[in-house]
Ligand binder design. Structure first.
Ligand code: ZN
Length: 430
């Protein structure tokens, strides 16, 4: 304590720095961080954030209060976030970094570092507002600036993107493609939501685990896969659904599709859909299926609503073809068009993906490329608020193509082509 008292009496900047160092050292000795983790009295071991809180407190990045409470549901303050980022990144402070804010009572090494790194700037009135709570988009911007403002690879479509402030758009996109923010559900980022201390621990745990390696290429992408048709007792009973939100016209809803020698179209669509789901998830994508079983009652409007609710980047409908002329064969992709389209703005991105997909699948499988086919009459397009394509993988009425379609190896080639086209569409592959 003598050293601390002596330093306290010192008036020079050097002496203040000694005092800071000694206080920091004393704090480290007095507060063994491992003990903190044990003493977070208000963290349920089964809570989704329990692991992150334990890790962050053990590493000394965040701290419980004197009573051992972590206060996981409390909104974090700006100073708490600055302090945690500084500790997590092991930021150092130079003499020249010293900054002052009218509303910051004493020199704070974490704030010095944060200002020097451009992590925080202070408000227009020159205040730091260290005790204020922080919106998720601002936290994203702090992390992004601490990382050197890297350019995001993709501008991701998410449900509340329009609510994200312009200054935080790149930061939010980068943080999402690094997989840092999650847990809000519904493909939302919740930019104006306040960051809780539990979220802070979870985000920082992921952030500090980034090793400079690129995350999986489709991290942050939300893709809806829709294997066509279903097995339902309602099929063939005359149930109908609207063709478009803009029309009174209806068409049969629960249709069975075509049929091959050893497989129904419904089964083939599902088999390929599940393979594609696994392949895309392996690349980091968030994949939502309209169905993962055969026995289910689901119509076209409902299928659209699944992707619409999520604000998925794209919905891919998976089908196989049939024709009375059994010589007809080849792969094609249908795309939305026409004045029954409820969301006309989806057309261009759908066509772009459709062309990429039919070319890639034809190249992978060696099938005849029948090109893209614009359709104005499909419920699955007219009700879709997100870009949407419908692949016809081949003709189950053509004996030779059907024999191929029913093999594992050929299905894998189709999946490979579809994955390639999605990577191209997202701009992460040539
Ligand atoms: Zn079909």
């Amino acid at each position: 304590m003598k050293t601390i008292l002596a330093a306290r009496r010192g008036q020079t900047r050097a002496a203040r720095r000694v005092r800071l160092a000694v206080l920091t050292l004393a704090a480290m000795l007095l507060c063994p961080v491992a003990a903190h983790a044990m003493s977070c009295t208000d963290v349920d071991a089964h809570a989704w954030y329990a692991g992150a809180v334990t890790e962050m407190t053990e590493r000394g990045v965040m701290h419980p209060d004197a009573e051992g409470a972590f206060r996981p549901d409390d909104a974090a303050t700006r100073l708490e976030l600055i302090d945690a980022l500084w500790r997590g990144l092991g930021g150092s402070v130079r003499e020249a970094d010293e900054v002052s804010f009218p509303d910051l009572p004493a020199r704070n090494a974490a704030v010095d570092w944060a200002v020097a790194q451009g992590v925080v700037k202070g408000g227009e009135d020159g205040m730091l507002r260290g005790g204020d709570n922080v919106a998720r988009e601002e936290f994203a911007a702090m992390i992004w600036r601490a990382s050197g403002c890297p350019a995001p690879k993709r501008m991701l479509n998410y449900a509340d993107a329009a609510k994200t402030s312009a200054y935080a758009a790149d930061a939010a996109a980068w943080c999402r493609e690094q997989g840092l923010f999650g847990g809000v559900g519904g493909n939302r980022f919740d930019p104006r939501g306040l960051v809780t201390r539990a979220q802070t621990a979870a985000v920082l745990s992921r952030y500090l685990a980034l090793d400079g390696a690129e995350p999986p290429v489709l991290t942050g992408c939300v893709i809806c896969l829709d294997p066509g048709h279903c097995v339902t007792p309602l099929s063939g009973k005359g149930y109908r659904e609207p063709v478009s939100p803009l029309s009174d016209e209806t068409k049969p809803v629960y249709t069975t599709g075509t049929q091959g020698k050893g497989m129904t179209e419904e089964k083939l669509n599902l088999t390929v859909g599940l393979k594609l789901r696994d392949a895309l998830r392996a690349l980091g994508a968030d994949v939502v299926m309209t169905r993962e079983v055969s026995n289910i009652t689901i119509g076209g409007v409902e299928r659209c609503e699944i992707a619409n609710r999520l604000h998925a980047d794209v919905a891919v409908r998976i089908h196989a073809d049939g024709n009375n002329d059994r010589s007809v064969h080849g792969v094609s992709v249908m795309t939305p068009t026409g004045n029954l389209l409820g969301t006309p703005s989806i057309k261009d991105e759908s066509v772009r993906l459709g062309q990429l997909m039919v070319d890639a699948v034809a190249a992978e499988t060696g099938a005849k490329n029948r090109g893209i086919l614009p359709r104005y009459d499909l419920t699955g397009f007219n009700f879709s608020e997100v870009p949407s394509v419908l692949i016809e993988m081949g003709f189950m009425t053509n004996a030779a193509e059907d024999a191929l379609l029913e093999t594992d190896a050929y299905q894998n080639k189709i999946v490979s082509g579809m994955v390639k086209s999605l990577l191209q569409w997202y701009g992460v592959a040539e």
